[in-house]
Design a protein around this ligand. Sequence first.
Ligand code: APR
Length: 236
Amino acid sequence: MARSDRIVILTGAGVSAESGLGTFRDEGGLWAKFDPMKLATPEAFADDPETVLGFYNARRANLSDAKANAAHHALAELEQNWMMDGRSDFLLVTQNIDDLHEQAGSASLLHMHGELLRTRCSLCDHLFYDREDMAIDRLCPACTKAGGLRPHVVWFGEMPLGLDQIYAALSRCDLFVAIGTSGTVYPAAGFVSEARRNGAHTVELTLEPGEISDFFSERHYGPATEVVPEWVQGLG
Ligand code: APR
């Protein structure tokens, strides 16, 4: 296969599973324990902000002792080598709201579903890095009003972030790699078709075949901490 020059990588919860952070749709996953319609929608936040904020505060606390794993580190190393080899485009799109890619050193990174460690004021749109608990009576540090603070996370029914940049990268890329995602949530699940349409080589690295596996020209199954470093090593 010719040497790739422009890569788009998409990661999902599976890349963080071995760091102890749950996935959503596996056995015992988050959405098996909690109803996303009651916790991850703007309506749920409007109806019962305390419960929604409590859910995200617990996930934020859970993140504090999670560490990047070998898959995150392999992707950060790939990015450094990619740029050093003079290849032109590298974009890591993650559906994850954890900070493990950042911990590993990834820089060209786009959180399309937002970030658990950022809080946004829905009254003034102030966005800030925050490890504290969110509460409905907590004052926004910018507009000093209460009642607007929410996690900077894309809820069901809201627009994912960075789609213009993502589709522009997909239209140019010659290599698309999906890692640890079930391919059940759009628009992310449609990225592989977009990349194929533009002639990219497509690779799936995940635990087991999922809903979009047939769209990939190359597939490697197993735990991300094994298949991702192996695949990165084998890249020309
Ligand atoms: N290594 C690699 N892949 C794994 C591992 C592992 N150790 N463990 C699980 N997986 C795979 C599962 O096989 C599954 O395909 O990771 C995938 C996890 O799928 P989901 O739980 O559906 O997570 P994801 O695809 O990221 O969900 C997408 O849905 O609820 C929304 O916003 C949420 O970003 C999330 C989106």
